[in-house]
Design a protein around this ligand. Structure first.
Ligand code: ATP
Ligand code: LTN
Length: 330
């Protein structure tokens, strides 16, 4: 039996090269070796208020991007979270087996609720819904960026806790999969914070659908230091190190080789070459996105994916309900 992979991306717009290098690129690489289930997590997106029309558009955008970066619906199950009722159902069961103390320690919750006196309950329970996503599919492996490490740990804790109480074979305990290189791409205008979809400045990120002019502007304006040497040192030179990282993962050249190649050259020349590398990598993705985004095929793929995901989800819910003594219908 092939091991199973599960992961998800929120349909919140502005999918950027951090999402690509930290998550999507791994999704594509894994689909030949594993049984892969990839979700568009729209229930997670509404933990903060969303305009209905925008949300719907962003769901289809992420679906088209999944295909544009190379996910193959014949190999991977691709679907929208709210189309499979098991996610919300299992989340409730898990909420009854997780604690406010452990959820209060989640840094993503602390970041996203900062400054407001009271936060939506859904934002607080966000990691429990994520645990439900993963455990619903008996996933062995969860490819994500580094920022999700704490949520994966919580998922494992909940799974082990439930297994101890309700039977060892209730849940598969999953492992996170984090890439060394692309796992944490930093914002271009402030390399001390991660590149994010929700950051206000558009120049902080390169979105997968940015055109050449925008890519050029973001990179040429990216923050660097005044020392002028192209050397990887995340602590002392976070700006240039972040750009070296991006260059390296897009080009497949080791950082040490890039440092050697650019010895004695200035930041301007380095950035100009990086623009070319990034434009070259993103152009085919953008072209394929345009082909698929408004095709009828896209909705058919998502409907078929939801039906396939639902078969697995129903089976898990039957098992969970039986272990917990819930319900009377088989
Ligand atoms: P936001 O920053 O607005 O909270 P996000 O960019 O984290 O959103 P998600 O949909 O939550 O977007 O993340 C999708 C995937 O991309 C996750 O696996 C996440 O770990 C990864 N990811 C997000 N940002 C980065 C980044 N800067 N570098 C590497 N991976 C990232
Ligand atoms: N929380 C993740 C998105 C996400 C996810 C998941 C990732 C929701 N459910 C299940 C992996 C597996 C994020 O914010 N990036």
């Amino acid at each position: 039996m092939k091991k199973r992979v599960f992961s998800g991306v929120q349909p919140t717009g502005n999918i950027h090269i951090g999402n690509y290098l930290g998550a999507l690129k791994q999704f594509v690489e894994l689909q030949n070796e594993y049984e892969c289930v990839y979700c568009i997590v729209d229930l997670h997106a509404i933990t903060l208020p969303k305009d209905a029309e925008d949300l719907h558009k962003h769901i289809l955008d992420v679906a088209a991007l999944y295909l544009a970066v190379g996910l193959d619906p014949k190999k991977s199950v691709i679907f929208v979270q709210s189309d499979v009722p098991g996610h919300a159902e299992l989340a409730w069961v898990l909420m009854c087996n997780s604690y406010t103390g452990e959820l209060s320690r989640m840094t993503q919750f602390k970041d996203k609720s900062r400054g407001s006196e009271s936060a939506p309950t859904g934002l607080f329970a966000y990691p429990v819904l994520m645990a439900a996503d993963i455990l619903l599919y008996d996933a062995d492996i969860v490819p994500v960026g580094n920022d999700q490490k704490q949520h994966i740990e919580l998922t494992r804790d909940i799974a082990i806790r439930v297994n101890n109480k309700y039977g060892e074979n209730t849940f598969v305990v999953p492992d996170g999969r984090f890439l060394k290189e692309g796992a944490r791409i930093m914002a271009l205008d402030n390399p001390l914070v991660k590149m994010s979809k929700s950051a206000e400045s558009d120049l902080s990120r390169i979105s997968l659908l940015d055109d050449e002019a925008k890519i050029k502007k973001s990179i040429m304006k990216a923050e660097t230091d005044s020392d002028g040497t192209i050397r990887y040192d995340m602590e002392k030179k976070p700006g240039i190190s972040n750009l070296l990282n991006i260059y390296s993962v897009f080009s497949g050249t080791a950082i040490a080789d890039l440092e050697a190649e650019y010895t004695g050259k200035g930041y301007g020349a380095f950035k100009k070459d990086l623009v070319e590398i990034v434009v070259g990598a993103l152009s085919p993705i953008r072209e394929r996105f345009e082909e698929i985004r408004y095709s009828k095929e896209l909705e058919d793929i998502l409907k078929d994916g939801a039906a396939r995901a639902d078969v697995i989800a129903k089976e898990t819910m039957r098992r969970v309900k039986s272990h917990f003594g819930l319900g009377i219908c088989k």
